[in-house]
Design a protein around this ligand. Structure first.
Ligand SMILES: C[S@@+](CC[C@H](N)C(=O)[O-])C[C@H]1O[C@@H](n2cnc3c(N)ncnc32)[C@H](O)[C@@H]1O
Length: 381
């Protein structure tokens, strides 16, 4: 969604007063003029659009994300003259098909010119022809992001950026990747697309899921686009047989509860170099933990217990991975607004080693809970 006006709005960081759009490029457009103003609400920053048509005015509210998305697609295509008024700055933009002419008075944005020139460039761009994303309903036929899929788009885009960052250091011209709990497989398709079409690397990508219909649909889409090395299998990863060859990367995006633990276990057991895992619904610890020590205060209220158990689960996973020889970062892979399940375990194998597991064992004994990855690794020790 790189559009200079969106970047200016972001850079002004709450200091925009209004945006006026006029002079139609598309004469059939319903409204002759639109003025947009930001306002704060319980849901965060919203924008109110005042749309003029035959001396009548209509109002529409949008979240800031939706507004920026609208501005970079419909707004950009429709209006030739756009004027941004902010604290200490006014910017006039003339939007041509191939460029935007920009004239600024005031100095609020000039101080940021340097960072402005380094515009963020997303790996998957709106308008890029990624046919599988249209089939999966993330892009419309016009290649704009479907509104209800915007959060998913953000997640897969960021996921790919993180993989891209690591792949620079992978130094390989073929990769094998397993996706546990792939579901509708937005991410799985994009990972395959990224490696084969963007990186021009030979990629074998396998997605596992419990749902037969979803797996069937994904295999059909993969076949339609000739994605011969993208395969989906109906497989309960907690008991099914998994790919036995060399694997370079294991990914999970919101694989339910202990499905994540089986993915991590498979990665550890097979010395998989890279793991990118975004856990979800960490029920196991929550349903088994009991009071037993210094953390009791965190176990008195259902909601806190649930959140604490989720954090404890991911901390234990990170600790076990570290003990097994991985360098582990826990990062917020997208903003909370795009998914409340936004922690990612980003792991890179340094040197495989036997874990001690003492700290985790002490905790499980003291608080009487079970944790699947711990159980699986302890059994192998
Ligand atoms: C919340 S969805 C996430 C799907 C996808 N990764 C995404 O982010 O869009 C979780 C998926 O994990 C799958 N799943 C849960 N337990 C599983 C298991 N034991 N084996 C395989 N798949 C599992 C579910 O069927 C579901 O499709």
């Amino acid at each position: 969604m790189s559009f200079i006006i969106c970047d200016d709005i972001k850079m002004l960081d709450g200091k925009v007063k209004k945006l006026s759009m006029s002079e139609l490029k598309n004469k059939n457009y319903e409204f002759s003029k639109i003025t947009a103003r930001p306002f704060k609400s319980k849901k965060g920053v919203m924008w109110q659009l005042e749309k003029s048509k035959n001396n009548q005015v209509f109002h529409q509210n949008m979240s800031e994300e939706e507004f920026l998305l609208w501005l970079s697609s419909e707004g950009k295509e429709t209006f030739r003259q756009i004027c941004l008024t902010g604290e200490g700055v006014t910017v006039h933009y003339t939007v041509f098909p191939d460029k935007v002419k920009r004239k600024e008075t005031g100095n609020a944005l000039k101080v940021n010119t340097q960072s402005h020139n380094k515009e963020k460039s997303y790996i998957l761009k709106q308008g890029e022809n990624i046919p599988a994303l249209v089939d999966l309903g993330v892009f419309s036929k016009e290649l704009t992001i479907v509104k209800s899929k915007y959060d998913k788009f953000k997640q897969i885009n960021r996921f790919i950026e993180i993989i891209d960052d690591a792949f620079g250091r992978l130094n390989k011209d073929d990769v094998t990747i397993l996706d546990f709990g792939c579901g509708k497989s937005y991410l799985t398709f994009i990972v395959y697309y990224y490696f084969t079409e963007i990186k021009k690397v030979k990629a074998k990508v396998i997605g596992y899921d419990l749902k037969e219909d979803v797996v069937k649909n994904c295999n059909e889409i993969a076949k339609r686009y000739g994605y011969n090395d993208l395969k989906f299998y109906v497989n309960d990863v907690t008991k099914g047989e998994l790919y036995e060859g060399n694997v370079d990367m294991v990914i999970t995006l919101h694989a339910c509860d202990i499905a994540t633990d089986f993915a991590l276990f498979h990665a550890i057991e097979n010395n998989v170099q890279h793991i990118f895992s975004v856990p979800c619904c960490q029920h196991e610890v929550c349903s088994s933990i009991k009071k037993g020590g210094d953390f009791d205060l965190l176990l008195s209220h259902g909601l806190i217990k649930e959140r604490f158990s989720a954090l404890l689960t991911d901390s234990i996973r990170a600790e076990i991975l570290k003990e097994c020889g991985y360098e582990v970062d826990i990062i917020e892979f997208v903003d909370f607004a795009h998914s409340p399940k936004n922690l990612m375990l980003r792991c890179k194998l340094k040197k495989s080693r036997k874990p001690q597991l003492e700290a985790v064992k002490t905790l499980t004994e003291k608080y009487g809970f079970t944790q699947k990855l711990f159980e699986l690794i302890a059994k192998e020790k």
